[in-house]
Each structure stands twice: as C-alpha cells, then as structure tokens.
Design a protein around this ligand. Structure first.
Ligand code: BDR
Ligand code: CA
Length: 311
C-alpha cells in the first residue's frame, strides 16, 4: 500500500536529493517525474532528473518535460545558486535513458484519470506552472488530486529572491495563484521551515563515509550547494528546501503546521510573488493551506542519512 506520488521538479541540488529520497523510499511509489523550467531552463532540468534516475539505476520511472516558461512571464533562473548546469559539483554522466517524453501536464491528467479520486499526491518542488496548467485545462480532473505538497513561499523569514518573495513563487506567481485558489488540499513548506533544515558540516561529511556510490555524489552536491548560501546568509550550511516535502510524506510528525489563508501577490512591483499569510486570522478568507513552520531538524537529517545509506 505505497503512497502514490508524482514529483514536479526543477533540479537543482535540493531537488536532486528529494528525488533520491523518493525513489529509494519503500513507502512511496513514484508514478512519474515531471520537469519544469526554474533553477535552470527546461532542457537542463529534464536532463538533471534523468541523470538522477540513472544514478539510482532506475529504469522504470519516466520523466516528462513540461513548461518551458512561466504562464505569463519571462523565465528567471538561479544559476547563481545551482551553477550553470543546475547540478554543478559532482560528475554525473549524460543520461543514457531516452525515456523522457513531452507533455508533463498530459501525464499528470492521464494519471489522475487512471486512478481513483484522492489517490495521487503531487510533490511540487519548483515553479507551479505545470500544476496550474492541469488545473486550468481540466479543473474537474484536478479535483481528484489528494494533496499538493509544495516547497514555496515564506512569511516571517522574508524572501530569497526579493526582500519578500521566495524563488519558486516569484518565478511564476500567476501559476501559484491558480494553485492556491484551486481548493485542492495544500501543504506548503516555506522558507520559514526550510531555513531550519540546514545541511551542517557534520551532515555533509557523513556522506564521505558512505559505502555506496551515492555518498560521493551527495557529498559533492552539498559541498557545491554550500558555497552560495553560507556566504550569503551566514548559515551553518545550505537549507535542504525540497527534501522536506518527501520527508513529510514519510513522517509528518516531524513537522508543525497551521491551517490558514494564503494569497499570492501578482501585480505589485514591490512585492510581486509574496505569499501573504493571514497568520492571526484577521480576515474571513478561506483557509486554503497547511503552512508548515516548525520542524524536528535532527530527526529529518537522520532519516535522510538512513534512506540514502540504503542504496
Ligand atoms: C527553492 O528554489 C530553488 O532554488 C530550490 O530548488 C527550492 O525549490 C528555494 O527557494
Ligand atoms: Ca526546486
């Protein structure tokens, strides 16, 4: 009785680790991986997703490429964080598998049609363009989604791409608005919680001691990922943003959340892409998301180590 998930992603160092965790977890069944333009352009996020599948010798999971750009805007990328390839750091051979296909949103729609309502959970690790397209194109089928668990937004923590906006939401705020207005159950991992899950030195070094080929790759990924964030934020290490989405599925008890209203700013020049959170319930707006804001960091880090050591 595995949980069925589709991972929508823009790898990305933290996306890559999230993919590894999902593919290696026995409790999860990854129906497919859909890619979106975000950290780097679509061609590269697709190649990167394939590289991770190859690394894990996974021949079964298919990768579907999706939106090349946000719904209404020009693409903004994050090479300053993830390097030119999106996965700078480790050596990862060019993908051998030719299993990638187009039409991420068709794949999502077909999967939803195939299974009973409330069977499939969508894990959204990048800009929400593909998901928004599904909702706009087939609103009734989209209602069959059990839950969307996403990394995005922030409130008390401020932004990482503008003073108030988190990258995934800022890149495609129109899509984020569609998702948050969809009435599909949403659990969100904003910077408020992901900035509490830092890959510290000891954690990063632990992968050097691994007796499997994954260890070296994860070590190099985290080493590269450290450079930018540690310099910028003076953190102990880079935040493991996206892996939280997968760990939550495996053990929601590690996290604390609050159901509240979230609206997305799509017009203001100053605060574009802000997730406006009604923390104190000062409006009558509908509670549309479970906002995760606290975490048992130690438990999350050791579960990540445990899963990756079992390859
Ligand atoms: C988010 O942006 C990307 O750079 C990361 O992969 C993560 O999904 C953090 O703001
Ligand atoms: Ca991401």
């Amino acid at each position: 009785n595995k949980k069925k998930i589709i991972i929508d992603t823009d790898p990305g160092h933290d996306d890559a680790i999230a993919l590894m965790l999902a593919i290696l977890s026995k409790e999860l069944k990854v129906l497919g991986i859909t890619t979106v333009a975000g950290n780097v352009p679509l061609e590269l996020t697709t190649i990167n997703a394939l590289k991770i599948c190859d690394l894990l010798h996974n021949k079964e999971i298919e990768v579907f490429s999706g939106a090349e750009k946000p719904l209404k805007r020009k693409l903004i990328t994050a090479e300053h964080v993830h390097g030119k390839t999106g996965l700078d750091g480790p050596y990862l051979p060019e993908p051998i598998s030719k299993k990638n296909r187009d039409n991420a949103h068709d794949f999502i729609i077909n999967s939803l049609e195939k299974f009973d309502s409330k069977t499939i959970t969508i894990c959204a690790l990048g800009p929400l363009t593909n998901i928004a397209k599904v909702i706009v194109e087939k609103p009734h089928i989209a209602k069959k989604i059990k839950e969307i668990i996403l990394m995005g937004g922030s409130f008390f923590e401020g932004g990482n791409i503008t003073p108030v906006s988190e990258f995934n939401i800022f890149v495609d705020p129109e899509s984020a608005k569609i998702v948050f207005n969809s009435e599909i159950p949403i659990t969100m991992f904003p910077l408020d919680v992901t900035h509490k899950v830092l890959a510290n030195k000891e954690f990063i070094n632990s992968f050097k001691k691994f007796k499997n080929p994954l260890g070296d790759v994860v070590f190099s990924l985290l080493e590269f990922f450290s450079r930018y964030d540690v310099k910028k934020y003076k953190f102990l290490g880079p935040p493991l943003h996206d892996p939280n989405v997968i760990i939550y599925l495996l053990n929601p008890n590690f996290y604390v959340g609050k159901k509240l209203n979230v609206e997305i700013e799509t017009s203001s020049e100053l605060t574009l892409g802000m997730t406006v959170i009604d923390w104190w319930q000062v409006t009558n707006r509908k509670k549309n998301a479970n906002f995760i804001y606290d975490v048992d960091t130690k438990s999350v880090l050791s579960l990540i180590q445990k899963i990756l050591s079992n390859f």
